[in-house]
Design a protein around this ligand. Structure first.
Ligand SMILES: Cc1cc2nc3c(=O)[nH]c(=O)nc-3n(C[C@H](O)[C@H](O)[C@H](O)COP(=O)(O)OP(=O)(O)OC[C@H]3O[C@@H](n4cnc5c(N)ncnc54)[C@H](O)[C@@H]3O)c2cc1C
Length: 306
């Protein structure tokens, strides 16, 4: 059945269609069982055709960027994962802005802007996501986020309609956006040049290397920092004595307590157990309910910030 539908879709696309693709290959945490269908569109037309196919067959679906803030289950995903990568990753300089497609990496965007002699996007240095993922998550650091530089976003509804939103119509919040709430697919973003602050990217990278467990599989920060508490999620987990705590192959990083790392052979259930432990201990000791920043994807859906 899967093979038959996959061949039907493949006939309609120029891009790649796979069945039973292990999602662990596509996430920075290196966890995740097989996706029934895994599509890498070669163009926006391919993406539209994939959405039409999904509507026709009533399948669950999810768009994936670089997979640096998601947890898939070991059971995998019973629907279509649409991976936006370099084929949808052009970056163009316009008059006073840069336009980048969703599949471009943030690293490529930063180096493009550096090649113009500008350091205004350097606050994004070291964030391993794609432009699409960064817009959906409003990625950034405490001193600045993507929402500070974006002027326009082109997105697609599940019905296949294009919409263009100005930066202030994207409802950006702390690691949140309208794209999450309305399940819009980000196609491209336009980012302003010449009005931003200049950053010291090397210093920010040094700070990152000092504080974060880089080089070990992880999904970045697991929890959002709570508001009005006077401590970050990592500090609360650390103060609760959980730094270094381990379940199976997963561990609360001894370097940064808001990172869960895969030290080898971790399952999604090890990670979910650690998440539950961190939440219940922090709630018990500090009365603070930690909310997820990580997108935990069920076998047929996606769940945000619960
Ligand atoms: C070592 C490390 C350090 C990190 N540091 C930071 C940091 O400093 N600041 C920060 O904000 N984040 C950080 N992150 C987290 C992560 O890199 C960001 O959240 C990034 O923006 C996610 O982009 P992505 O392409 O990997 O998205 P994915 O992980 O692929 O997806 C994230 C969510 O966005 C959705 N999505 C992705 N692309 C699209 C699209 N085009 N249209 C619609 N939905 C889409 C997915 O369905 C998913 O729900 C870090 C992660 C790691 C591993």
């Amino acid at each position: 059945m899967e093979e038959k539908l996959a061949s039907e879709l493949q006939r309609r696309l120029r891009g790649v269609v796979k069945t039973r693709e292990p999602l662990a290959r596509h996430t920075s945490l290196r966890i995740g069982g097989p996706a029934d269908y895994f599509v890498v569109p070669a163009s926006v037309e391919d993406l539209l055709e994939t959405l039409a196919f999904i509507r026709e067959h009533g399948l669950p679906w999810l768009v994936l960027g670089n997979g640096t803030n998601v947890l898939f289950l070991d059971e995998g995903y019973r629907g279509v994962i649409i991976k936006l990568g370099p084929k949808l990753g052009t970056i163009q300089t316009l008059q006073n802005s840069v336009c980048a497609q969703a599949g471009a990496s943030l690293a490529a965007l930063v180096s493009h802007v550096r090649s113009l002699g500008l350091r205004e996007f350097d606050f994004l240095v070291g964030i391993p996501g794609s432009v699409g993922g960064a817009l959906v998550m409003n990625a950034g650091i405490p001193e600045g986020t993507v929402s500070d530089i974006v002027t326009r976003v082109k997105a697609l509804t599940f019905d296949g309609k294009f919409i263009t939103l100005k930066g202030d119509e994207c409802q950006f919040g702390y690691r949140s956006s309208r794209f999450q709430h309305e399940r819009l697919i980000v196609i491209e973003g336009e980012f302003a040049l010449g009005r931003g602050r200049v950053w010291d990217g090397e210093e920010l990278l040094r700070r990152r290397r000092e504080r974060q467990p880089l080089g070990v599989p992880s999904p970045g920060c697991v929890f959002r920092n709570p508001v009005g508490v006077g401590a970050t999620a990592g500090q609360l987990i650390d103060q609760a004595g959980l730094k270094g705590y381990r379940v199976g192959g997963a561990r609360i990083s001894p370097k940064h307590a808001n990172f869960i790392v895969n030290e080898g052979g971790a399952t999604s259930h090890d990670v979910l157990q650690l998440i539950d432990i961190a939440r219940s201990v922090v709630l018990k000791y500090y009365g603070v309910e930690l909310k997820l920043e990580l997108a935990v994807v069920g076998t047929c859906g996606v769940q945000y910030s619960s």
